[in-house]
Write a protein that binds this ligand. Structure first.
Ligand SMILES: [Zn+2]
Ligand SMILES: [Zn+2]
Length: 208
C-alpha cells in the first residue's frame, strides 16, 4: 500500500546506522531522509479522510475499506488529523464548509526544501469544487520556505495513485545515487555533517 525509503549521505550514513534510524535513535552523525509514498494506515481512500474530518456521508462503494473489516467511526474521530498540521486542517474545515470535496488523489509524498536542500514527507491531498482544486502548501519547519512536492520514479508501485499530479520535481536513482530534476535542472541534497551532495537509497520498506 505504501513504500518507504531511507536515503542517506554516502559518506556519513552506514549500513549499521539503519537499526538506529528505525528505532528513531537520533545519535546518527550524517544526514538521512525517511521518505514515504502512498497510503497510510486508516487513511488510504477519500472516505477515510471524510471520516477523519467529520463528514458524514453514506458510502457509495460496495466493498469494505479494510479486509479485516472497517473500524468504528470513533477511531477516525480520534485520529483527528491526516496532515498533522493545524494550519492546513483549518483550511480543510473552511473548504468543507465552502462545499469542497476530497478527491481520490491522496497519500504521503516526499517534499523538497530548496533552501535547506532536504527532503521530508507530508500528507498530500486534493479538494475540489467544480474546476477549483485546492492542494496543501507545507512549510519547511526550519526556514519557512514553501516545500515542493516531488515524486520518486523508483516508487513505480505507487505511480498510479498520483498520476493526476503534475510534479515539478522528480526523483531518480542513477548509478546508485539520488538525482532530483526540476524543469530539466538538477536540484541537490546536502549533508549538514560533511557537506557532501551524494545520497543513496539505503533501505526500501513496504508499508501498510
Ligand atoms: Zn527549509
Ligand atoms: Zn555526510
Amino acid at each position: 500500500m505504501g513504500l518507504g525509503y531511507t536515503i542517506g549521505c554516502i559518506e556519513c550514513v552506514k549500513e549499521e546506522d539503519l537499526d538506529n534510524i528505525e528505532n528513531e535513535n537520533n545519535n546518527i552523525k550524517g544526514t538521512f531522509f525517511n521518505i514515504h509514498i502512498g497510503g497510510v494506515m486508516l487513511c488510504f481512500c477519500k472516505e477515510q479522510l471524510e471520516k477523519i474530518y467529520g463528514i458524514n456521508k453514506k458510502y457509495k462503494r460496495s466493498y469494505r475499506l479494510l479486509s479485516t473489516g472497517d473500524p468504528p467511526d470513533e477511531i477516525y474521530k480520534r485520529i483527528g488529523s491526516a496532515t498533522g498540521n493545524e494550519n492546513i486542517d483549518k483550511i480543510i474545515y473552511e473548504k468543507i464548509s465552502n462545499g469542497y470535496e476530497f478527491t481520490e488523489t491522496l497519500g504521503d509524498l516526499p517534499y523538497y526544501c530548496e533552501t535547506c536542500k532536504k527532503l521530508c514527507t507530508n500528507f498530500y491531498f486534493q479538494m475540489e469544487k467544480g474546476k477549483d482544486i485546492y492542494t496543501p502548501n507545507y512549510i519547511c519547519e526550519k526556514c519557512n520556505n514553501i516545500l515542493e512536492v516531488a515524486f520518486p520514479a523508483f516508487a513505480e508501485e505507487c505511480s498510479e495513485d498520483f498520476e493526476k499530479i503534475n510534479f515539478k520535481i522528480n526523483i531518480y536513482e542513477e548509478n546508485n545515487l539520488i538525482k532530483l530534476i526540476s524543469n530539466g535542472k538538477e536540484k541537490i541534497l546536502k549533508c549538514d555533517c560533511c557537506g557532501n551532495e551524494k545520497f543513496s537509497i539505503m533501505e526500501c520498506l513496504l508499508t501498510d
